[in-house]
Write a protein of this length. Structure first.
Lengths: 294, 283
């Protein structure tokens, strides 16, 4: 990165660190924080969508939908989320390959599962044979996103379901008095008002989501944990930048990063709650209304 | 091929170490369904150990931390608040990594603790094992989360109860033991149940992070992952471990529910808080 980095072994301390912290692997380490942020940004809307579907299923009067909703929410809650994070990508990957295999190679005569091998024909391989590393990374990341969305969708479904039921009954009765159907009342009355009730729950789920992003490491994605382990381990003099075991400092940096992230989002949600309370039939909304009049 | 009874013999206690079963874990094509059933089931011993011991110590520590956070003195509430913020604000997974890499750097010494009748020697190297080091992290972690729940409950203790305590002339420890503490537990118990469930679930992370599984003795999920790596078939081991955890979760709900009934026994029936498996996700 810098001109003087040609031979790090003769540099004074501060220049050594300047070179060390801007080496190629360190730049990859910094980029991996962006991967974490990207995961958060992608998963949040997907989980919200899944949660909405789940909540609608829980509300549904049609029994099979209701059962699906109940089963989904309770299953995810009763099982450690890590089981889903590891199960979903591999099961989904095999599922996709199996479907492609059925479509592309109908005259394949061998069984797919032979002993401990999962064998599909060449055309059914996902990502395709000879795909670039870039495609492989995106595929792996997308699998992780699906797993996260599935788990957090169940959490969100529970919260949204509770929030829908928390909208004051009188509001819905008023809508009925105006002759609205159940669907209309839901769309015009419940949906706009439920968010203020959902917000504390959603804020908690967001915090849990932030704190489960390091589990990406277990899915073989080169995230911040991977690089912290890689870079922190003791390096012998064979390396350009030899140093003893510094993992503790790297993980401390990660802890600080996550503490900052959770702290900042707590502030963010506080601000959002205040905004959402405007014009709501709650104590906070009433206070804001008085303030506006005064 | 082994029969089911043989698998039971060989593997159900294998998670405790090599001395309690077969030397080697089953490998490759040799793996039967019963192997998976019993080895994963045996692994639950460690999940119960980690969760049980952490909840036991965490409960008392959390009471202390919650009281410190609730106290008026900044010398007490600032450090308690910082402790809770640190452990609640960062991922447990990274806490494991951080503490493990810190424990590795500790000088290897034995610390002598005189107990009167005998002297207990603690080696710092024990902290690099999962059974001690990871347990230490789990205790601190659950202390922070439970302390936050207890702190919220302390703030919500009905004013009338405290006034009644004053009217009876209760002060100091008697006031705490008879009025504050039971109320705090009663109010926080449904959320505390959820915390216990979450903690039990997070014991699956112990061997996935830095802590080594010596002699391949790990907890249930460690074995489930081992089997999936060996057979490349996620549809047996993962559903098995999921089923075991659902049973464990139900057991926790049952046990904590009994405590909840006792804590609420003085209240008229409709007012009693029920433990519902629809938590306000606090973790």
């Amino acid at each position: 990165m810098f001109q003087f980095c040609a031979d790090p072994s003769i540099l004074p301390d501060w220049q050594w660190f300047a070179c060390y912290l801007t080496s190629g692997t360190h730049l990859a380490f910094y980029r991996s924080f962006l991967v974490v942020m990207l995961l958060l940004v992608v998963v949040a809307p997907l989980a919200l969508g899944m949660g909405m579907l789940g909540a609608l299923a829980l509300r549904s009067h049609f029994l099979p939908f209701n059962w699906v909703g109940q089963g989904y929410v309770n299953l995810v809650r009763g099982v450690p989320d890590i089981v889903f994070f590891l199960f979903v990508p591999i099961a989904l990957g095999q599922g996709i390959e199996w479907v492609l295999h059925q479509i592309n190679c109908p005259d394949w005569d061998q069984p797919i599962r032979q002993g401990n091998d999962f064998i599909v024909c060449r055309e059914a391989k996902m990502p395709p044979v000879g795909a670039s590393a870039w495609v492989r990374n995106v595929y792996g990341f997308a699998m992780a996103v699906v797993a996260f969305a599935l788990v957090f969708g169940a959490f969100v479904a529970n919260t949204l379901y509770g929030a829908m039921r928390a909208v004051p009954r009188a509001q819905i009765e008023t809508a009925e008095a105006y002759g609205m159907t159940r669907a209309q009342a839901f769309r015009r009355i419940v949906l706009p008002q439920m968010w203020v009730f959902a917000l504390p729950g959603l804020s908690n789920i967001w915090q849990i989501l932030i704190k489960s992003t390091p589990l990406l490491f277990l899915l073989g994605i080169q995230d911040a944990v991977f690089w912290a382990r890689e870079l922190g381990g003791a390096k012998t003099s064979l390396f350009t930048y030899p140093h003893p075991d510094w993992r503790v400092w790297y993980f401390m940096a990660l802890l600080v990063f996550y503490l900052f992230l959770t702290w900042a989002s707590e502030r963010g949600f506080g601000w959002l709650t205040l905004r959402m309370s405007h014009g709501q039939a709650t104590a906070e909304g009433e206070r804001l209304r008085r303030k506006a009049v005064a | 091929m082994r029969t089911c009874a043989e698998s039971f013999q060989s593997y159900v206690l294998r998670p405790l170490g090599r001395d309690y079963g077969e030397n080697l874990l089953p490998r490759g094509l040799d793996i039967t369904f019963c192997d998976q059933l019993f080895l994963i089931g045996g692994g639950l011993i460690w999940n119960v150990y980690f969760a049980g011991v952490a909840i036991f110590f965490g409960f008392f520590l959390a009471t202390a931390v919650a009281l410190a956070k609730f106290s008026q003195s900044p010398w007490l509430n600032r450090p308690a608040g910082a402790f809770v913020f640190f452990f609640r604000g960062s991922p447990l997974f990274i806490q494991f990594f951080f503490f493990y890499s810190a424990f590795v750097l500790l000088p290897r010494v034995g610390i002598e603790i005189p107990l009167g009748f005998t002297t207990l020697t603690l080696h710092t190297s024990a902290l690099t094992t999962a059974q001690v080091g990871a347990l230490f992290v789990l205790i601190l972690n659950t202390t922070a989360y439970s302390a936050e729940l207890f702190y919220g409950a302390l703030r919500a203790i009905p004013k009338g109860d405290l006034e009644a305590a004053d009217a009876y002339g209760l002060t100091g420890f008697a006031r705490f033991r008879r009025i504050v503490w039971p109320n705090m537990l009663r109010l926080s118990w449904p959320s505390y149940t959820n915390e216990a469930i979450f903690l039990t679930h997070s014991t699956t992370l112990v061997f996935l992070s830095a802590f080594p599984a010596r002699q391949q003795s790990g907890e249930a999920f460690y074995y489930a992952r081992y089997f999936v790596d060996q057979t490349f078939n996620p549809f047996v081991a993962y559903p098995l471990v999921a089923a075991y955890f659902i049973l464990l979760t139900l057991a926790i709900i049952g046990t904590f529910g009994l405590v909840n009934i006792r804590l609420n026994r003085h209240l008229p029936r409709p007012q009693r808080a029920r433990i519902r498996f629809r938590p306000q996700y606090l973790r």
